[in-house]
Design a protein around this ligand. Structure first.
Ligand code: FES
Ligand code: FES
Length: 254
């Protein structure tokens, strides 16, 4: 089947999608967005967390077909999502606004410059969100993908989302496998609740498991992001660190 979905503000298309494929598989294997991690693929760990029409979900539990015509935000698009959110709140207009605003990218195919948060790096978050991202993938609207059959997608921003920068600054990133999911969940929390209590943070991150660390640095990072003004504060520039640890355990099923 053909899947039409807006990912990080860009309308995209994937062909020959099997009905049983997960959204996670489509994102990683067909759309060239490996930021969302596949760990348990059972809805247990939260490392695959994305936002589907604004709601954090485990993309491993979402059938690709369920995403038809909907808006998805992945860790690769977090910085741009934050930028648009800020623009929306300040009354600016830009290409697409709010979550899931539609942005028509152009170039498709290899050779584009991808400065986005994580393309190409299996490490999720802060990781390759540096000023110079991975090269070789270009954003596209409805393109059919590069020679490898994947649909190339580029994140548009070279900045970190505030929550990403807070994770870096708080030292909340270690191996990073859990970090993309944590970032997406934390960003969603701060969007809904800019001044969360510790209980709110723990609840919001309860679906995200970290296998390497305790969760204290992660909690610190979310507190820091909130103190800096939540998800709407200005994104920080600069290179990002490697992906980081996760928060408390829990699930956030699709
Ligand atoms: S990979 Fe989806 S919850 Fe673990
Ligand atoms: S799983 Fe390694 S930092 Fe969380």
């Amino acid at each position: 089947m053909r899947l039409n979905v807006t990912v990080n503000g860009r309308p995209l298309r994937a062909d020959d999608v099997w009905e049983g494929e997960s959204l996670l598989y489509v994102l990683r294997e067909r759309l060239g967005l490996p930021g969302s991690k596949n760990a348990c693929e059972q809805g247990e760990c939260g490392s695959c967390t994305v936002r589907l029409d604004g709601v954090p979900v485990c993309s491993c539990l979402v059938a690709a077909g369920q995403a038809e015509g909907r808006d998805v935000v992945t860790v690769e698009g977090l910085a741009e999502h934050a930028r648009r959110r800020t623009a929306g709140r300040t009354g600016e207009t830009g290409p697409g606004s709010g979550s899931g605003g539609s942005d028509t990218g152009s170039a498709s195919g290899p050779g584009g410059s991808d400065t986005g948060s994580d393309t190409g790096s299996e490490a999720g978050t802060g990781s390759d969100t540096g000023p110079a991202g991975d090269t070789g993938r270009a954003g596209g609207t409805g393109g059919t993908g590069g020679p490898d059959g994947r649909q190339p997608v580029a994140a548009a921003s070279s900045q970190l989302a505030p929550v990403q920068q807070a994770f870096v600054d708080a030292g909340a990133v270690q191996c990073g496998f859990c970090t993309p999911g944590l970032l997406v969940a934390a960003d969603a929390l701060l969007e809904q609740n800019p001044e969360p209590t510790d209980a709110d943070i723990r609840e919001a991150l309860s679906g995200n498991l970290c296998r390497c660390t305790g969760y204290e640095k992660i909690l610190d990072a979310v507190r820091l992001a909130a103190a800096r003004g939540g998800p709407q504060s200005a994104g920080a520039t600069g290179p990002a660190g490697p992906a980081g640890p996760a928060g408390p355990a829990g699930k956030d099923g699709a």
